[in-house]
Design a binder for this molecule. Structure first.
Ligand SMILES: [Zn+2]
Length: 189
């Protein structure tokens, strides 16, 4: 599994096997990635590490398809932190704080962003503006949530019909998910 790229929130090991190292955190015995990066095991110290995707950083451009983590969901917009430009294995420089307005979420009418996204969701979005602020849109079918965790127990939500369901507790949640939700290979991002 060395050098595999993992998403934030993705399970990388268990606390029985390894210790949580840089770029990871432990939750209920499960070690998860805390950033998008490359999986690596430090055999000497029995630690799992997620190294950042570094090299020369890039700036976000209009038209880029990006991954972002939802920070907060308000009545008329979603605030998300851009973490990755699809197709570029480089870190992002400069401002990463993006705004997704309610009218840009779906091609259909959305009344309340809280019915579509939740804090911690990883979304794939299109950059529609960079200056003076980063604006995002998720209107296309391949845009929207690509990874989401249960609001009750933090296990992964899997797709069941047109809803997402917790693999652990069975809790059902609604999201504006991307058409390939659950089928994404992080190495191809
Ligand atoms: Zn659950």
């Amino acid at each position: 599994m060395d050098n595999k790229i993992v998403l934030p929130g993705e399970q990388v090991s268990t606390s029985e096997e390894l210790l949580p190292g840089d770029g990871t955190f432990e939750e209920n015995g499960i070690i998860r990635a805390s950033r998008l990066g490359t999986y690596f095991v430090d055999d000497k110290h029995k630690k799992v590490i997620v190294k950042p995707l570094t090299s020369i950083p890039i700036e976000i451009k209009k038209g880029n398809i990006v991954l972002a983590i939802v920070n907060s969901v308000r009545s008329n917009m979603v605030i998300a932190d851009v973490i990755h430009v699809i197709g570029k294995k480089r870190a992002i420089s400069g401002d990463t704080n993006g705004t997704l307005r309610v009218s840009e979420i779906s091609s259909g009418y959305v009344k309340d962003p809280a019915t579509e996204f939740a804090p911690g969701d990883i979304i794939r979005a299109k950059v529609t503006q960079v200056k003076p602020s980063i604006q995002l849109a998720t209107k296309d079918r391949d845009l929207g949530v690509i990874k989401s965790m249960c609001s009750k127990c933090r296990h992964s939500l899997i797709r069941k019909g047109n809803m997402l369901e917790c693999e652990n507790c069975g809790n059902k949640e609604k999201r504006r998910y991307a058409s390939d939700y659950g089928l994404i290979d992080p190495n191809k991002l």
